[in-house]
Each structure stands twice: as structure tokens, then as C-alpha cells.
Design a protein around this ligand. Structure first.
Ligand SMILES: CC(C)(COP(=O)(O)OP(=O)(O)OC[C@H]1O[C@@H](n2cnc3c(N)ncnc32)[C@H](O)[C@@H]1OP(=O)(O)O)[C@@H](O)C(=O)NCCC(=O)NCCS
Length: 392
């Protein structure tokens, strides 16, 4: 092959055969594979899990039912739902030694980092750790889903110098989750709303975290590693880390009168406003609409109307200036705040919900696996002369 040194010939050079390859930065618009788990119609603002619209699931279903639906592809029978709930309930506890690890983390560690690290540690205590059968993977997946609320609640309470609250086996997944975090058993209204929130964010196509999970498991690695990868991807502010920043921004704005100026300043500085825009939705994010209704109701009920007033102005300015609509993270943050969840848990809360989708997608990837390994077009130097350290 003819050798060209970039040092000798400045400017962009490509390797032979790579001059005209089509690049897909961010894999925008690229279809990776077939899926039967969820469908997003970005032009119409529609979302379906296993063929059921998000609106119908949010209205009628529960998180446990959706976990079953995503993993198995159909709504559970009474018996199947009973068994799944029983499994989730009995898998809530953490091994004592994992709790010891959790207690040892530095005080300032973020809750999502704790979650990521504890999921990794849990793999070592899983009785099925080295069983890679589908049945074992489902068991492991359900253990992960069941334990995330406990990890979140324990880490939050330990870091806040509060006594930990052990899981209450009498309570549903969402009621127990809320109870372990806040110390208050939710009434039926809060339980239903919180459960709906878990349903709303449990699956969303080839989002960055689910893709990360698929990449990991596509090497025939394990489901815990896939979920660890997913959490790592989720915590970034362009993905699941946006919700915490949304509520901090709304609180920083403080008064409705300041909202317009605040957002204009951000836009003029070319900063992103968290909770707006979406890679796939070209119109409204349907989850944002449902969350907006929930946030309006709960802010009204809990004396947080001002937050909603500010939110509405922010939405108007973003629509006017950038034609951008709120995404799931915008009103979900206001909702979670209104029902009394700690801000530091907002991103882990997304993980608690999305864990269902991660498990389902990991299983689907393993059912029909091709190792995910794209190419990169090389634009650097080639065949450089290696110089000994004293000659550099
Ligand atoms: C979600 C997100 C990463 C999708 O991005 P994307 O599809 O890759 O689109 P791009 O980042 O290419 O953005 C396209 C344009 O819209 C602008 N834009 C997108 N979202 C914006 C936002 N939230 N605030 C301000 N401008 C935004 C970009 O600056 C860019 O403008 P430019 O072409 O003039 O540079 C993006 O909308 C964003 O950063 N949102 C804020 C973070 C967030 O809420 N994440 C949660 C997603 S559920």
C-alpha cells in the first residue's frame, strides 16, 4: 500500500476505499435490527409497548404488569401476574455484604453512581451468576428490577443520615418503593401516580442506555454487565440525567417573572435547556403530555403551583424561540418533586423504571444475537516512524 504521512501532506486524508463511506454520527436514523418490544412513531408522537399504546398502559396497567409484558410479550394472566409480583416482592432485599459495600461509599457520591456500582456488586452474589440460560437471565433480570428501589432507598437514607427502612412485603412494588425512600406509606392516589410514572419510562426503543445494554450483551457478556453499561449511559445530562437538572433550573428561576429572561439568556449563550428536544419525536413526546397532566394535578394538590407557572412559561419560550417541545424529563421532574421524592433520586428513578426495558432488550438481543461492532473511518496518520524516546 502506498504510504501517505499526514505530517508531510496537511489536510484531511482517508484510507483507500474509505473516501466515500457514509457516516452516521450518533447513529442518527440508523436501524440496528428488528424488535418486537416497543415502537415509536416520532412524526405522530406515538409510543407503543408490545403494541399497546402508552396512553392505554398508563391508564389501565401497573408497573408489574408492564414488566411482564415487556419481558414476555403478552399481558399476564392472573396467575402469571401473581407469580411475577411474588418474585419481585421476594427479591427486594440486598445481601448483607452488599449493604456493607453500600455503607462504605464516600458521602458525596451521587445516587446513580451508587446504583451503578451496587448492581455490579450484586452480580457476584447472584446464585445464577454463571448460568447464561434464558431462564436464568429472566431470574437475574427480575432480581435487578426488584432490588433497584431498595438500593436507591438505602443509599439515599444512609447518605442523608436517616435510618434505612426495610422492604414491606405487604406493599406493591411502587408503594414499597415510595415508602422505603420517604418513610411514608403512600395513599392510593400517590401509589397510583407513582406507579404510572414507572410505567411511562420503562421502555423507549433504541435509546442510548438500552443500546449500551445491547452492545454489552452482544459480546455474550452477562445481564448485570449490560445493566451497569446502561446506567452509565443513562446518567449523562443528555439522557436520564436531564430530570435533576430540570428541577434545579426551575428552582433557580424561582419566580414566573424571571422565567423568560432566564431562558433567553441560556439560549443566547447557546446553552441547552434541559427537558427539551428529542432525537426521535418530531412533535410532542406523548409521555410529556401525560406527565404534564400529572404534574399539574400534583403541583396543585401540594401547593407547588408556582413551579407549574414557571414550567409553562419555559415551554412557551422554547416553542417560540426554538420550536422545541418538552420531553419526558421536563414534567416528570416537576411531578416527582411534587409527590415528595428527593431530587437526588430523580435520575436513579428513571433507571428503576427503565430497568424493565433494559432486561427485555437484553433478552431480545441474546435471542437473536449479532455482536454489535460498527466501523470508524480513520482520518489520522499512518505508518509514522517510531522514534526512540530520546529522539522525540
Ligand atoms: C435530547 C437531545 C440530546 C436530542 O438531540 P439531537 O437529536 O442529537 O439533536 P441535536 O443535539 O443535534 O440538536 C439539534 C439542534 O437543536 C438544538 N437543541 C436541541 N435540544 C435543545 C435544547 N434542549 N435546548 C436548546 N437547544 C436545543 C441544538 O442546539 C441543535 O441546534 P443547532 O443545529 O443550531 O446546533 C437534545 O434535544 C438535548 O440535548 N436536549 C436536552 C437534554 C435532555 O432533555 N435530554 C433528555 C432527553 S429525553
Amino acid at each position: 500500500m502506498e504510504i501517505t504521512l499526514a505530517d508531510d501532506k496537511p489536510g484531511i486524508k482517508f484510507m483507500p476505499g474509505e473516501e466515500d463511506v457514509a457516516l452516521h454520527p450518533g447513529l442518527k436514523e440508523v436501524y440496528l435490527d428488528n424488535t418486537k418490544i416497543s415502537y415509536i412513531d416520532g412524526d405522530k408522537g406515538r409510543l407503543y409497548y408490545r403494541g399497546y399504546s402508552i396512553e392505554s398502559l398508563a391508564e389501565n396497567s401497573t408497573f408489574e404488569e408492564v414488566v411482564f409484558l415487556l419481558i414476555h410479550g403478552h399481558l399476564p394472566s392472573r396467575y402469571e401476574l401473581f407469580t411475577l409480583k411474588d418474585t419481585l416482592r421476594n427479591e427486594r432485599e440486598l445481601p448483607d455484604r452488599v449493604l456493607m459495600i453500600l455503607k462504605s461509599f464516600p458521602r458525596e457520591t451521587t445516587r446513580i453512581e451508587i446504583l451503578r456500582t451496587i448492581i455490579s456488586a450484586l452480580a457476584l452474589f447472584d446464585p445464577d451468576d454463571y448460568d447464561y440460560s434464558k431462564e436464568a437471565n429472566i431470574r437475574k433480570g427480575l432480581r435487578i428490577i426488584a432490588k433497584i428501589p431498595t438500593i436507591m432507598a438505602y443509599s439515599h437514607r444512609i447518605k442523608s443520615n436517616l435510618p434505612i427502612i426495610e422492604p414491606d412485603l405487604e406493599l406493591s412494588h411502587s408503594a414499597n418503593f415510595y415508602y422505603m425512600v420517604t418513610g411514608n406509606k403512600p395513599d392510593k392516589d400517590i401509589e397510583a401516580a407513582f406507579d404510572k410514572a414507572l410505567v411511562l419510562q420503562s421502555e423507549h426503543g433504541s435509546n442510548a442506555s438500552s443500546f449500551a445494554a445491547r452492545v454489552t450483551v452482544s459480546t455474550l457478556s452477562d445481564i448485570y454487565s449490560a445493566v451497569v453499561s446502561a446506567i452509565g449511559a443513562l446518567r449523562g445530562p443528555l439522557h436520564g440525567g436531564a430530570n435533576e437538572r430540570v428541577i434545579l433550573m426551575l428552582k433557580e428561576i424561582g419566580e414566573p417573572e424571571r422565567a423568560e429572561e432566564f431562558i433567553m439568556e441560556k439560549l443566547n449563550k447557546h446553552e441547552r435547556v434541559m427537558g427539551f428536544g428529542h432525537r426521535v419525536y418530531k412533535t410532542r413526546d406523548p409521555r410529556a403530555d401525560i406527565y404534564e397532566q400529572m404534574a399539574t394535578y400534583w403541583c396543585g394538590k401540594t401547593g407547588n403551583q408556582k413551579l407549574m407557572e414557571i414550567s409553562k412559561i419555559v415551554c412557551d419560550v422554547m416553542a417560540r424561540e426554538r420550536k422545541l417541545s418538552p420531553n419526558v424529563d421536563f414534567f416528570s421532574a416537576t411531578f416527582a418533586f411534587a409527590i415528595g421524592l428527593p431530587i437526588l433520586l430523580f435520575t436513579p428513578l428513571f433507571a428503576a423504571s427503565r430497568s424493565a426495558g433494559w432486561v427485555a432488550q437484553t433478552l431480545e438481543q441474546m435471542d437473536n444475537n449479532t455482536m454489535i461492532r460498527p466501523l470508524m473511518r480513520y482520518m489520522g496518520d499512518i505508518d509514522r516512524k517510531y522514534r526512540p524516546i530520546d529522539d522525540r
